[in-house]
Ligand binder design. Structure first.
Ligand SMILES: Nc1ncnc2c1ncn2[C@@H]1O[C@H](COP(=O)(O)OP(=O)(O)OP(=O)(O)O)[C@@H](O)[C@H]1O
Length: 226
């Protein structure tokens, strides 16, 4: 489902160049649930952005569901992302002036008549249909994260990326949100890649990857705990 080959990404800051991805290869099957762990600054967000078509690598390719993401032009790539990829950002990134329902409607806002029904259904799947008319400021952190999950799954994507989805939540909410996310992905057979600092949560996945200094290694699920 995801075939990433030889990804390189570096950033230039003044005269210095920082190499963040050093030739990363990653192959994920349909429906696989993968946790990506590693220290701060290891390049996890950069890798997720690159896999999701949000950050072009300087070298290498990303093929999702048979389509080479970076071979597509801007509009076609955006349309492909909208159709196939759901992304849950660090810090939710909800629009503060829109209600929960309107936030979930954003990805499909380009004129689809069934957008509202699909958004309501997605809110229902995350258990928040009673909060549809609330603004983000009227929701708890865990509820805001669930709205962000609803927004990511509303288009029934084949691939879901989640960047530290429990980073701002307490232990109980973290476990609930992680169970919800992995459960939804399994239900719809979406491939799921979750970045987390918390190895204790990674036991829910099929695979665990450890990222350090721009490279990834396979670990046994649960191996990083303790
Ligand atoms: N746009 C950018 N310009 C310059 N440097 C960047 C940029 N984005 C990321 N970096 C650098 O790349 C490195 C990796 O960043 P990245 O956010 O991918 O790490 P991370 O593993 O997700 O970290 P964290 O767990 O703290 O979120 C860091 O040293 C960061 O400073």
């Amino acid at each position: 489902m995801i075939e990433a080959t030889n990804l390189h990404r570096s950033y230039r800051i003044g005269p210095k160049s920082i190499e963040v991805l050093h030739g990363v290869d990653l192959h994920l099957k349909k429906g696989e649930c993968v946790f990506l762990c590693g220290p701060s600054g290891a390049g996890k967000t950069t890798l997720l952005y690159t896999l999701a078509g949000l950050e072009r690598p300087q070298q290498g390719s990303v093929v999702i569901a048979g389509t080479d993401l970076y071979a597509l032009g801007g509009r076609r790539q955006a349309a492909f992302r909208n159709r196939h990829i759901g992304y849950i950002f660090q810090n939710y990134l909800l629009l503060p002036e829109l209600t929960a329902l309107e936030n979930v409607m954003v990805p499909g806002a380009i004129g689809r008549a069934d957008t509202r029904e699909a958004a309501l259904e997605a809110l229902k799947r995350v258990g928040l249909e009673q909060r549809a008319d609330h603004l983000p400021s009227e929701l708890s952190g865990g509820e805001q994260q669930r709205v962000a999950i609803a927004r990511a799954i509303v288009g029934r994507p084949s691939v879901l990326f989640a960047d530290e989805p429990t980073g701002n939540l307490d232990t109980r909410n973290s476990e609930e949100v992680m169970a919800l996310l992995t459960g939804l992905a399994r239900e719809s057979e979406s491939t799921l890649v979750v970045v987390t600092h918390n190895p204790a949560l990674s036991g829910r996945g099929d695979r665990t990857l450890w990222m350090c200094d721009g490279s990834i290694e396979e670990r046994r699920p649960g191996e990083l705990v303790g």
